[in-house]
Design a protein around this ligand. Structure first.
Ligand code: 5GP
Length: 193
């Protein structure tokens, strides 16, 4: 997605070896018009595939996921990262190691929001080593539902996430694919959408 790549080049900051900071439009402050376009691009691709739910993980997946869900006219569910006393029954969980926080946490979704007849599109802001997406896939499969595909806003293609997911037979579609960081600058490879 050309517009997203341009925004990454304009506002993204490379931190260290392998982190991209995009807090001015995606992970902290949110550019709703860009998020809406992102949602429309994902929705356009999946329009005729019978998606019934969009699932993401809090917090930074929520913005692109909610616009994708709006454009597909289906509910969006976000997995919660911390235990919540209001979630009392039928909780589906998975352990997820956070690439940026370097801690393992239990993420959960209330089972009542996923049915075995659901066809789910997983959306996340970043794909690094695939742990977040993998945890979501486990939860969705625990519910007996089907994962249609994984839609990623920014994929760091030099990390293992895509191969981990594809090895499980998942389809990964990324709007921006970062090939490498070179002298603190982002170098893209061809994106999927
Ligand atoms: P994974 O689980 O694929 O290793 O990492 C994906 C998750 O880690 C995303 O949900 C995102 O929150 C975070 N993440 C991974 N890499 C980056 C990055 O370069 N920048 C930011 N801001 N978040 C990242």
């Amino acid at each position: 997605m050309k517009k997203l790549e341009e925004r990454i080049l304009q506002d993204g900051n490379v931190l260290g070896e392998n982190i991209l900071k995009v807090d001015s439009f995606l992970t902290h402050q949110v550019d709703f018009s860009l998020m809406k376009e992102i949602g429309q691009v994902f929705a356009e691709h999946f329009r005729d595939t019978g998606i019934t739910k969009v699932v993401t993980i809090e917090a930074s997946g929520i913005a692109p996921a909610v616009y994708t869900a709006e454009a597909l006219n289906v509910p969006m569910i976000f997995a919660k990262k911390s235990k919540n006393i209001t979630m009392t029954e039928g909780i589906l969980t998975a352990e997820v190691y956070s690439f940026t926080k370097q801690v393992t946490s239990t993420v959960s979704i209330a089972g009542k929001f996923l049915e075995s007849s659901d066809k789910v599109l997983v959306i996340d802001d970043f794909l690094a080593n695939g742990q977040a997406a993998n945890g979501l896939i486990k939860i969705i499969e625990e519910a007996g539902a089907e994962v249609a595909a994984v839609g990623i806003v920014i994929e760091k293609s030099f990390q293992d996430g895509r191969s981990l997911l594809e090895a499980q037979g998942q389809t990964v579609l990324s709007l921006a694919r970062i090939d490498r960081f070179e002298n603190g600058k982002v170098v893209f490879r061809e994106a999927d959408l």
